[in-house]
Design a protein. Structure first.
Length: 107
């Protein structure tokens, strides 16, 4: 019986210590508050970065469109240049033919 009384006393002592245990830890609360502040700051920075990213994407799209337009213009100009060269070649051939004809008539 002595053992059960001792066990009961020990259990009662443990229960009273648990009841008196202060679950409020000021350093833990302070750390949580700091973490919350850091979280808020990171959310603000994230929003700023997202806005900058959106602006960069808009600028990228504008530049891409301009580059496409320039490339199309360049292709068009190259086609015109090729056509012009072909016409010059045709004219040179016609000139050669005409010169040959003139030479024939002069003989």
């Amino acid at each position: 019986m002595k053992t059960s009384n001792e066990k009961e006393k020990k259990l009662n002592l443990a229960l009273s210590k648990l009841k008196n245990l202060n679950l409020e830890n000021p350093s833990l609360a302070n750390a949580l508050q700091n973490l919350d502040g850091q979280k808020n700051q990171l959310e603000i920075e994230k929003k700023e970065i997202e806005i900058k990213y959106e602006n960069l994407m808009q600028d990228y799209e504008k530049l891409k469109q301009r580059l496409d337009k320039i490339n199309k213009y360049k292709e068009h100009e190259q086609k015109k240049e090729i056509e012009f060269s072909q016409k010059i070649d045709e004219l040179n051939q016609e000139t050669d033919t005409l010169l040959e004809e003139i030479d024939k008539w002069q003989m």
